[in-house]
Design a binder for this molecule. Structure first.
Ligand SMILES: *Cc1c(COP(=O)(O)O)cnc(C)c1O
Length: 423
């Protein structure tokens, strides 16, 4: 059997209907913004390989740092033990998150969210306050584990598990025109229930369709929570690391969250790792002679030194002038493209924040993830050497920051061509 035949014999791929999916594309190597298939055809990775890759593929600096660490210490139990890469990473991340004071490590975005939800619940439990209602935004996505699924919007993916998901109160995402509804419902739920925490994807909801909203309204929602001692959880798993133009989306806010989840860009897209940070106030509620107040949570690979080394290397790269210039270049380039296609008869709701640009293809059928236009667009882009994964009729670009102007222009051009020919 060749590799594709073996893949089909042995592997079950994520988010994939295996009966109808085409053969997977075999990738042999990658460099910068490009991935190469087995025949050495180039594909521009315009979605940063599911939003994780920030500095480009096979970055030699990150690779060297991983190799160095691998030869010193590959892993050690993180309860009762510690190591330099974890300490240094926690210190450096907290430098960027001045409102946070402790870093808790886990492995992926979903577990970072589980940790945040559990911390918020146990915070009140430890203080003997009966507060256990969690509020989330409609059309949110927080991951695929049960807590994260529960906090996510009702999108039709999780019907088989519904009975076992816990109840969450949802308020409308405060997009233009929905701000007041969002505020009113938040206030109403807070006044009627014992609310523990409010979880949100700050400024951009990713998997829910690249839904964008303004910092001013989020500031207002967080402000209401603060007045009522409701903990705020910023799920920055997607928006973190300059996707919104600043290192963290919370940097656009005056009112800061109590807990922050980071993962996707954390290791520069090389290794699975995540963190949940929290305020001193939350951390203190777990300090006690009473063992039951301990946060009994941890994963086998918590604080993995290789992951930490990769994350430190990624931060080094972010601190370079070149990276900052690239981010600014992409933002301006997106703005020009937005102005250009805003009036295209087949495009609506062209929107941009930072290094992410998204638009809706006009369509007659329902505009959900299951829209058939999605597959047509996906294969059209791929045939032309660009990896874009539309969310239903929503097409977005979220590139690694090393993408060249020429590569970006190819992606723009292709989206225009799709608008002309397929919509
Ligand atoms: C992807 C994502 C998650 C889940 O992260 P995984 O690493 O896939 O578990 C959580 N929250 C947001 C906002 C995400 O985009």
């Amino acid at each position: 059997m060749n590799l594709i035949e073996k893949d089909k014999a042995y592997i079950w791929h994520p988010f994939t209907q295996m009966k109808t999916a085409g053969d997977p594309i075999l990738i042999k190597r990658a460099k910068g913004a490009l991935i190469y298939d087995e025949n050495d055809n180039e594909i521009i990775d315009a979605v940063s390989s599911w939003w994780v890759n920030v500095h480009g593929h096979a970055h030699p600096y990150i690779a060297d740092k991983i190799y160095e660490q691998l030869n010193k210490l590959e892993h050690v139990i993180f309860a009762g033990f510690t190591h330099e890469p974890a300490v240094e990473l926690a210190e450096r991340l907290l430098g960027y998150l001045p409102h946070q004071s402790k870093i808790f490590f886990s492995d992926n975005g979903s577990t970072a969210v589980e940790v945040a939800l559990k911390m918020s619940l146990q915070y009140f439990y430890n203080k003997n306050e009966k507060r256990d209602t969690i509020i989330a935004l409609e059309s949110a996505y927080h991951g695929d584990t049960f807590g994260a699924m529960s906090a996510g919007g009702d999108d039709g993916f999780n019907d088989p598990f519904k009975k076992h998901m816990f109840k969450i109160e949802r308020i409308p995402t405060p997009t233009k025109g929905n701000e007041n509804k969002s505020i009113e419902q938040l206030k109403e739920i807070i006044s009627e229930k014992n609310v523990c925490s409010f979880i949100f994807e700050p400024l951009i909801q990713g998997a829910g369709g690249m839904v964008m909203y303004e910092p001013e309204i989020l500031d207002e929602l967080i402000g209401i929570c603060k007045e009522n001692n409701v903990l705020c959880i910023a799920d920055e798993v997607m928006v973190g690391f300059y996707r919104t133009g600043k290192i963290f989306a919370s940097n656009h806010l005056k009112n800061k969250p109590d807990l922050t989840c980071l993962s996707k860009g954390l290791t520069g897209g090389t290794l699975p790792m995540s963190i949940t940070s929290c305020s001193e106030e939350i951390y203190n509620a777990f300090l006690s002679q009473d063992k039951k107040k301990t946060f009994f949570h941890g994963h086998s690979f918590t604080g993995n030194p290789i992951g930490c080394a990769a994350a430190l290397a990624s931060l080094d790269l972010f601190e370079k002038e070149e990276t900052k210039n690239n981010i600014e270049r992409i933002i301006q380039s997106h703005q020009r493209f937005k102005n250009k296609i805003e009036k295209h008869p087949s495009a609506t709701n062209v929107r941009q924040r930072g290094t992410i640009i998204a638009l809706d293809f006009k369509t007659d059928s329902s505009t959900s993830y299951f829209n058939s236009l999605r597959d047509t667009l996906y294969y059209f882009f791929l045939e032309h050497g660009v990896l874009l994964r539309p969310l239903g009729n929503v097409v977005y670009i979220m590139p690694p920051y090393c993408i060249s102007d020429e590569q970006l222009n190819k992606v723009y051009h292709l989206i225009e061509k799709a608008l002309d020919e397929l919509a």
